[in-house]
Design a protein around this ligand. Structure first.
Ligand code: F6P
Length: 366
């Protein structure tokens, strides 16, 4: 069997560990070729398709040194693309689909293992009707893939963020300042919540729970700033005050990205509490770590199951984690058929409850 594999959407730690696990599994079986598609599924749209043989029983593939390095190496060896959804425009989408299918056939693939988040999978799902057989593996630092309690990349990102929060905290303690750390996560607060709790935050601002400026200021005045010299706030990039819009900033290339709410919160707290405040925005550092052991193990469990599914002819499936077990779910629907594969924190999330029980301000119940 000849399987293509690609990584789509934002990079994260653990992608290369998935690639390595696919190769080792294929090599152990001896009956599977693994063809890496370069720069996401877009690589198939090139003529000739952009690809690299990662493993073939006949012609080899990656050398041992590279394979070993992939276990912890950050980013993605295959590169990725995060350039939006070509199917938003039906004409562009139709051409794109025809090009990808041509590349898929040209390589003689029996199926594609797509490693991505909700955007990537909803785009790839458009190709199924053209005969591209899909098996999905969820990855995202945001941990917002709807059907899986954990995605590859999440715990490594939380490790980076929690470490940064603790480092910022020592500076806050020394200067008696209010320190705000802005983390990624899009419209989901999983990174903020987990890094905030693990890093000792006094307040955690989440997209799912718009905060009240007054309550946030009062909380810090009456708790953190009464009991100690400083205060620590972890703020998701998608957090916002009740009734206010999300914060966006333009990238160097002109595109719009979530971000900037941390600075706004620091500036508000400085004025409201008459205390020096500083903001650190962690940005892409959260995507750039080594894969932590949890991600490496998840990568192995997802990749081995994905190969087994292909040999059982169970295309149209996703491997997901439910109650700690790897399970098989349906591949998501394309966006054009109403598909969305993103989720966010529920107010009843046990980690939010634990944080609030410890006196951490987590915004208002919507
Ligand atoms: O979805 C992953 C993510 O890192 C988000 O947390 C963040 O908002 C976004 O990607 C940043 O995207 P880009 O790499 O295009 O700036």
């Amino acid at each position: 069997m000849k399987l293509g594999v690609c990584t789509g959407g934002g990079d994260c730690a653990g992608l290369n560990a998935v690639l390595r696990s696919l190769v080792l599994t294929a090599r152990t079986r001896g009956d599977t070729e693994i063809i890496g598609i370069v720069e996401g599924i877009n690589g198939l749209a090139f003529n000739p398709p952009r690809h690299q043989v990662l493993y073939s029983p006949n012609s080899g593939g990656l050398d041992e040194f590279t394979l070993d390095s992939l276990l912890t190496l950050g980013g993605t060896y295959l590169m990725t693309s995060n350039a939006g959804n070509p199917f938003r425009d039906p004409v562009v989408g139709a051409t794109y689909k025809a090009d990808v299918i041509r590349g898929y056939k040209a390589l003689g693939l029996d199926g594609m293992i797509v490693i991505g988040g909700d955007g990537t999978h909803c785009i790839a799902a458009e190709l199924a009707s053209g005969g591209v057989r899909l098996i999905g593996i969820p990855k995202t630092i945001d941990n917002d893939y709807f059907d899986s309690e954990m995605a590859v990349g999440f715990t490594s990102a939380v490790n980076v963020a929690a470490e940064a929060v603790m480092r910022v905290n020592t500076s806050g303690t020394s200067h008696g300042r209010i320190m705000v750390v802005e983390v990624m996560g899009r419209n989901a607060g999983y990174i903020a919540l987990n890094a905030g709790l693990a890093g000792g935050a006094d307040a955690i601002l989440l997209p799912e729970r718009p905060f009240s400026r007054d309550r946030l200021a009062r909380h810090l005045r009456e708790t953190a700033l009464t009991r100690k010299s400083h205060a620590l706030v972890v703020c998701a990039e998608g957090a916002h005050a009740g009734g206010e819009d999300l914060n966006y900033r333009a990238s160097a290339s002109g595109s719009r990205h979530l971000g900037g709410v941390g600075e706004a919160v620091a500036s508000f707290l400085h004025d409201a509490l008459d205390r020096e405040a500083r903001c650190t925005s962690l940005g892409h550092t959260q995507r750039g770590s080594q894969a932590d052991p949890v991600d490496r193990i998840l990568a192995a469990r997802f990749a081995t199951r994905a190969i087994r599914l292909a040999h059982e002819n169970r295309f149209g499936s996703m491997v997901v984690l439910k109650k700690g077990e790897v399970e098989v779910a349906k591949y998501p629907k394309p966006r054009s058929r109403g598909g969305s594969a993103a989720r966010c924190l529920a107010s009843s999330d046990p980690t939010i409850i634990a944080a609030e029980d410890m006196g951490i301000y987590c915004g208002e119940v919507p």
